[in-house]
Design a protein around this ligand. Structure first.
Ligand SMILES: Cc1cc2nc3c(=O)[nH]c(=O)nc-3n(C[C@H](O)[C@H](O)[C@H](O)COP(=O)(O)OP(=O)(O)OC[C@H]3O[C@@H](n4cnc5c(N)ncnc54)[C@H](O)[C@@H]3O)c2cc1C
Length: 359
C-alpha cells in the first residue's frame, strides 16, 4: 500500500485553499484547518483585481504575469464563471507624463497594454459620463470574488477526499529531530509530514514550538459591494479617486485606494458612502447604486512588501505562503509550492521570495 504524505494547510482563504488543492493533485492527504469563517478574511474583503500591472521588480512581475494563466486554468477546471470575469482593465489613476511612464514600464516588460484615447474609451465604456483623455488598456486582466473562489476550491478538495475543518485554531507545531511531526490545535494534536502556514495577516503571530515568525507590515483597506444592476461596465476601472468593477451578478465591487492604508480613524460607513458617490457621479444612464457590504480588510503584507513563500528556517516541513496580491497569485503559488513540498522541487520563480530572507 502506498502511504500518502499528510499535509496540513492552516488557513482557508484563497491561498490556503489553492495550496490544499494543488497538494491533493500531487497525491497528498490534505487537511485544511480554519479558526474563523471558511474562505478567509482578507479574501472576503479584497478588491480582487487579477493583474501584473504593478510589480516592484522583474521577479515579482514574472510571478504575477504567470499567475494570470493559472487563474484561467482554475476558472475552467471549477467553472468559476459566477465569481470571476476576464474583462480587462482601464487605468487612468495618473495622466500625461506619468501615464506614459506607467505604460512604458508595462510594455518594456512585454505586458499586453496599450494607451487608448477618449473616443475609444467612450466606445469601450459607453456608460462613463466623462471619459478621460487617455487610459491604459490591459486586456488580459480579470477580477474575482476571492472568498467565493476559495469556497469553490475547498468544495473540490472535500469532493476529492480531503478534510476541511472549521473552528480549529493552530497553536503550535511539534518536531522530531528537526522535522515537523504534528501540529498542536485547540482540538488536539494532529500528525503530519508537512504544514503550510497560509494564515494571511495573522502570520505575524508566534506559534508554539517554532522559533520564527514573519515580520509583517499589514495595511488596512476599504472595499464595498452594491446592489445588482444590469451589466453596464465592461472593464475594471482604475480611476484617480476610486477603483471599481462589476461582478457577474451585476453588483459592483469598489475600493478606495489600491495599496495604501486608509485612515484608521475614518468612519467606514461615511467613507463607503463617499466612495459610492464617486462612482455614481462617473456614470450615466445607470440605476441608483446602494451599499450591500462595507468592509475594512487587512492586507497581509510581509515587511518588505513581497510574498513569503517556501520552507521557513528552523524546522524541516514547515512552509509559509503569505502575501499581498494573493488573489492574483493564489492558484499559481499553490501549484509551485506543492511541487516543493511533495516533489522536492526548488522553483526558480519562487527563489526571490523565500521566508529565510527575514531570518
Ligand atoms: C482591501 C483589500 C484589497 C485587496 N485588493 C487586492 C487585489 O485587487 N488583487 C489581489 O490580488 N489582492 C488583493 N488584496 C490582497 C488579497 O486579498 C490577499 O493577498 C489574499 O486574500 C490573501 O489570502 P490568504 O488566504 O492568504 O488570507 P486570508 O483570506 O486572510 O485567509 C487566512 C485565513 O487563515 C486563518 N487563520 C489565521 N491564523 C490561523 C490559525 N492560527 N489557525 C487557523 N486558522 C488561522 C484566518 O482565519 C483566515 O481565514 C486585497 C486585500 C485587501 C484587504
Amino acid at each position: 500500500m502506498i502511504v500518502k504524505p499528510k499535509v496540513i494547510v492552516v488557513g482557508s482563504g484563497i491561498i490556503g485553499a489553492s495550496v490544499a488543492l494543488a497538494c491533493q493533485d500531487l497525491g497528498a492527504k490534505v487537511t485544511v484547518l480554519e479558526q474563523g469563517p471558511l474562505g478567509g478574511i482578507a479574501s472576503d474583503k479584497s478588491f480582487g483585481w487579477i493583474n501584473a500591472s504593478f510589480a516592484e521588480n522583474q521577479a515579482y512581475f514574472d510571478l504575477r504575469k504567470m499567475a494570470l494563466g493559472s487563474f484561467h486554468a482554475l476558472g475552467n477546471r471549477l467553472t468559476l464563471v459566477d465569481y470571476m470575469r476576464w474583462q480587462g482593465a482601464l487605468w487612468w489613476e495618473d495622466e500625461g507624463h506619468d501615464l506614459v511612464e506607467q505604460f512604458s514600464s508595462l510594455s518594456s516588460r512585454g505586458y499586453p497594454a496599450s494607451i487608448i484615447g477618449q473616443d475609444q474609451i467612450k466606445v469601450l465604456e459607453p456608460h462613463l459620463l466623462k471619459a478621460p483623455r487617455q487610459a491604459i488598456l490591459t486586456t488580459t486582466e480579470g477580477a474575482a470574488e476571492a472568498q467565493k473562489v476559495a469556497m469553490a476550491i475547498l468544495a473540490e478538495v472535500e469532493h476529492n477526499g480531503g478534510y476541511v475543518r472549521c473552528g480549529v485554531s493552530l497553536k503550535g507545531i511539534s518536531q522530531r529531530m528537526g522535522r515537523i511531526c504534528s501540529v498542536q490545535t485547540a482540538a488536539g494534536d494532529m500528525a503530519c509530514d508537512a504544514v503550510v502556514l497560509a494564515t494571511g495577516a495573522a502570520a505575524r503571530n508566534a506559534l508554539l514550538g517554532l522559533d520564527w515568525k514573519l515580520p509583517m507590515a499589514n495595511k488596512l483597506g476599504l472595499t464595498l459591494k452594491t446592489n445588482s444592476i444590469p451589466l453596464v461596465l465592461n472593464h475594471t476601472l482604475m480611476t484617480p479617486d476610486v477603483h471599481f468593477r462589476q461582478n457577474s451578478d451585476g453588483s459592483f465591487t469598489a475600493g478606495e485606494i489600491f495599496s495604501g492604508q486608509i485612515d484608521p480613524n475614518a468612519n467606514p460607513m461615511d467613507l463607503a458612502m463617499d466612495v459610492l458617490a464617486r462612482i455614481q457621479i462617473k456614470l450615466r444612464d445607470v440605476p441608483t447604486l446602494s451599499l450591500s457590504e462595507v468592509n475594512i480588510g487587512e492586507r497581509p503584507i510581509p515587511l518588505d512588501g513581497l510574498p513569503a513563500i517556501g520552507e521557513v528556517p528552523g524546522v524541516v516541513g514547515v512552509f509559509s505562503a503569505v502575501m499581498h496580491s494573493g488573489v492574483t497569485l493564489g492558484p499559481l503559488v499553490g501549484q509551485l509550492l506543492a511541487t516543493e513540498i511533495l516533489q522536492g522541487a526548488n522553483c526558480v520563480l519562487l527563489k526571490p521570495f523565500r521566508p529565510n530572507r527575514f531570518a
